[in-house]
Write a protein that binds this ligand. Structure first.
Ligand SMILES: CC(C)(COP(=O)(O)OP(=O)(O)OC[C@H]1O[C@@H](n2cnc3c(N)ncnc32)[C@H](O)[C@@H]1O)[C@@H](O)C(=O)NCCC(=O)NCCS
Ligand SMILES: Nc1ncnc2c1ncn2[C@@H]1O[C@H](COP(=O)(O)OP(=O)(O)OP(=O)(O)O)[C@@H](O)[C@H]1O
Length: 205
């Protein structure tokens, strides 16, 4: 297996890059999706979140009220740390299991683990390569407002709840500039795939 950690700020273009790598043959694992699975009704995590934040974060249908919890944690560092302490260990465990499963199914696979909080959550899977997507903060905020319907204050709070691009660059093997056109992002992803494929072949030679 060739394991890539893909990280970057919110709305910086991680999924866009991951989708392109999947078109070239990579397998995609997404920490945001895993973080949703571990809080489904019936999970220990959901019960712990309700115990920590109150019944009002559970919707009448039994699922987590993500909007309400988001409003609580993105403006409050302590609350966010409490949520992270509940969810991150479960995501770490599930991701390790799924990475091992992907390797067992295809020892030559390229696996892209898309993990927004690679730096914050000190995710230390044995990555062969760490890729960081990087766009200016104003582009992130604009995308969150125009494409995801957040108001500018919510959008800024989400960007500010994460480490800076400088901190991400410090752990990066490759930085993809996602502040320009989509075509520019795609051509960098295509060039990256050529390097990944070469490195994967060398690793398994
Ligand atoms: C607070 C929650 C309920 C808000 O849900 P919502 O559906 O609005 O957002 P979603 O989960 O799709 O996340 C969108 C983006 O927000 C950012 N984000 C999410 N959680 C966090 C966090 N704890 N700290 C900083 N940024 C975060 C990431 O860039 C993520 O890609 C949810 O994000 C959550 O449970 N977060 C804690 C788990 C976590 O850290 N997830 C991130 C990957 S493990
Ligand atoms: N140069 C660019 N590169 C990547 N995405 C871009 C670019 N210009 C505009 N966009 C838009 O920005 C958005 C980025 O969203 P995407 O889901 O790829 O980011 P993300 O980092 O995975 O987000 P999240 O942190 O919420 O998971 C997309 O709607 C995309 O079309």
């Amino acid at each position: 297996m060739y394991l890539i950690g893909l990280t970057g700020g919110i709305a910086s273009g991680k999924s866009t890059v991951a989708r392109r790598l999947v078109e070239h043959g990579a397998i995609h694992l997404d920490a945001d999706q895993l973080a949703r699975r571990v809080v489904e009704p019936g999970t220990t995590c959901l019960e712990e979140i309700v115990a920590a934040f109150g019944e009002e974060v559970r919707k009448p249908d039994g699922t987590l009220d993500r909007q309400r919890l988001g409003d609580l944690v993105f403006h409050d560092d302590d609350a966010r740390a409490r949520l992270n302490a509940i969810v991150h260990p479960a995501v770490r465990e599930l991701s390790a299991k799924l990475i091992a499963k992907a390797e067992a199914e295809d020892p030559q696979a390229v696996v892209v683990y898309d993990v927004p909080l690679l730096v914050e959550a000190q995710v230390d899977h044995p990555f062969d390569l760490v890729v960081v997507t990087s766009a200016p903060k104003r582009a992130q905020v604009k995308r969150l407002v125009e494409e995801r319907g957040l108001d500018p204050i919510q959008a800024e709070a989400r960007v500010d709840a994460q480490v800076s691009d400088e901190e991400r660059r410090a752990v990066a093997d490759v930085v993809i500039d996602t502040g320009g056109t989509i075509a520019h992002t795609m051509s960098q992803a295509d060039a990256l795939w050529v390097d990944i494929d070469r490195a994967r072949r060398a690793k398994h030679a």
